[in-house]
Design a protein around this ligand. Sequence first.
Ligand code: PLP
Length: 462
Amino acid sequence: MRYVSTRGRAPVLDFEQAMMTGLARDGGLYLPEAIPMFSADEIARFEGLPYEEVARRVVSPFVGESFSDADLRGAIARAYAGFDHIARAPLVQLAPGHHLLELSHGPTLAFKDFAMQLIGQLFQLALARSGNRVTILGATSGDTGSAAIEAFCGLSNVDVFIMYPHGRVSEVQRRQMSTPADANVHALAVDGTFDDCQARLKDLFNDHDFRDEVGLAGVNSINWARVLAQIVYYFTAAVSLGAPRREVDFTVPTGNFGDIFAGSIARAMGLPIGRLVVATNQNDILHRALTSGEYRVGMVEPSISPSMDIQVSSNFERALWLAYDRDGNAVAKLMDELKAGGFTISQGALQQLRETYVTGRASEEETTAMIATIRDETAEVICPHTAVAVKVAREHLRPGVPMISLSTAHPAKFPDAVEAAVGIRPPLPQHMADLFQRDERITRIANDAGVIKSLILERRTE
Ligand SMILES: *Cc1c(COP(=O)(O)O)cnc(C)c1O
């Protein structure tokens, strides 16, 4: 399988190279040249299989020759062994025709573990083969950072630097990043927003000398392997509810557009997904862009669903590339305009995007109210991101078509928001019960690529 950049001017790579590279050298994002398809019979045979086996079948056509089948099997088995639920991504019923896909059973209690644990295993295989060492640089709105640290801490050939917006992540999220004792991981509290962290990340990746000197690797959802791992649970969930004989709808709480984009790929592979609903919080740039055709960057408004507090949604570039019929020049031009504040989506592309995605938003009040409603109706306690999805999903229910809302994090990661809604503080699971007693290690740092670069050069292992 060959991978091409959304901006059309970077080298064509194989899966392993695309995974180790992260961001393309022309500033674009890698995507497979062609999307493999499953027949309805092949999808039907996923029914009742272990999660790991579905993962192997879904992932392997994208991996091509990069890893042997035995290596891939082993990596997948190790990636999900630490999850605390045998189904890995279990479904819970919320109401007739409405289901919750629980993606919070991994080690850091958010869906990011699905991709990060697998990427951690695949990186180890690739680095052991090449003898290289890499510096992983990540930007996080909270959950990617802890998942990356969990996946890479203690590895001898990797240094990990995670930038997060100072004061804008939950205390549990911060502590998950700041308490691992391994010397190879570094939590950097940047004076800025998540968009600033992501912009500094791109600055450093576009500094090609630095990039080559430290062997920079990216594990944000700009990394295709992240998106790939997330395709799997769309298949397991849909098949559990009757696909491919029956269509299913999904609603996805969305920030950087990685998770929902994975859903669009599942559909392109042949999974009969009807509606794919993008749910945003008050930072509703995606909802507005698909409604008006204007993608205009505003100010981030901190919310109770902080992992979605974002204005520049990286993976939207992948959706644009598909909507512009894979025209790298057109995408490069839009991304230049974005630097100046925004762009207008062409009529044709807008029409394609609207055929692929439906959108909706939830205000802060609506999110809090939905946490309470679901607790009243079902006794389930959901996190605020999940509540955004459930609120928007309820506006898009269709008779006879099951709706699956993605539950992206454990409520204990956001205890303040949950307590404000239902008056209880959800307890952390056993393996994290002493999180608030552990020592923290954080470096506060300016929102400045030069300063961040110096720190990495100083701290990384030669
Ligand atoms: C990252 C995250 C999201 C948003 O996912 P994207 O792939 O960035 O759209 C939603 N909910 C939670 C809990 C997250 O950690």
